[in-house]
Write a protein that binds this ligand. Structure first.
Ligand SMILES: [Zn+2]
Length: 222
């Protein structure tokens, strides 16, 4: 194989990659921020065959490699099996739109408000522990999680791979609680729940097996 393009030393390459990521960490494969690596859009071997410079700035783009959704690994077809797991912890006040969001993910939805749990927190928690033990679990779990410690506890219990906080403003939550007419728990309890959530809310990430914290607002839920 021809090697007519000088390759950078590891240290120089790292510096260059950091510079590119500092300018933008938007992944060229999925279009989302949070890239951790630089991808050669046209791979080395093909560049050599085509007589192109693989290190040309136009060929170097940010991508998710060792962080979800692992776009670069998927592209290279070298996904570790753990990536089959997706357990999304969805937190937010009553009326935030958590259930609506959960059902957009195409995963099994775990919601304590579902009749099948009969309001039993113990049964619900047992189901979450089971999720943690399934390497290929695919689920969306709804909790309130106003404080970092509450979110961390939930995330650890279920082995969450993602945590999404839907921080819809209080006025909108109250409006939705009243408009949707769900009466279990009673509307005034739900409204109080939304107020309490906002009084206690601590923004900030939790430690996960993989991936990141994302913030969603009602405006992005349409
Ligand atoms: Zn990506």
């Amino acid at each position: 194989m021809s090697q007519h393009h000088a390759r950078l030393s590891g240290r120089a390459r790292q510096k260059r990659n950091e510079k590119i990521l500092a300018a933008s960490d938007v992944c060229h494969i999925c279009g989302q921020p949070g890239s951790d690596a630089i991808d050669h859009v046209i791979p080395f071997a093909r560049c050599d065959a085509l007589g192109l410079d693989p290190e040309a700035p136009s060929n170097l783009k940010p991508a998710h490699h060792d962080v979800a959704p692992y776009c670069n690994r998927r592209k290279g077809d070298s996904l570790p099996s753990e990536i089959d797991r997706q357990v999304v912890l969805i937190c937010g006040p009553p009326g935030a739109g958590k259930t609506t969001y959960a059902h957009t993910l195409g995963l099994e939805v775990y919601d304590l408000d579902d009749a099948k749990w009969g309001g039993s927190d113990a049964l619900f928690r047992a189901a979450l522990v089971e999720l943690r033990e399934q390497p290929r679990a695919r689920a969306a779990v709804i909790r309130t999680g106003a404080t970092i410690s509450a979110r961390q506890k939930s995330a650890t219990t279920m082995g969450a791979t993602e945590c999404v906080v839907i921080d819809t403003d209080l006025a909108t939550c109250v409006e939705r609680i009243k408009a949707r007419g769900r009466t279990e728990p009673p509307i005034n309890v739900q409204v109080r729940g939304a107020r309490d959530w906002w009084a206690k809310y601590e923004p900030g990430p939790v430690k996960l097996s993989f991936s990141t914290l994302r913030l969603k607002r009602s405006g992005s839920l349409a």
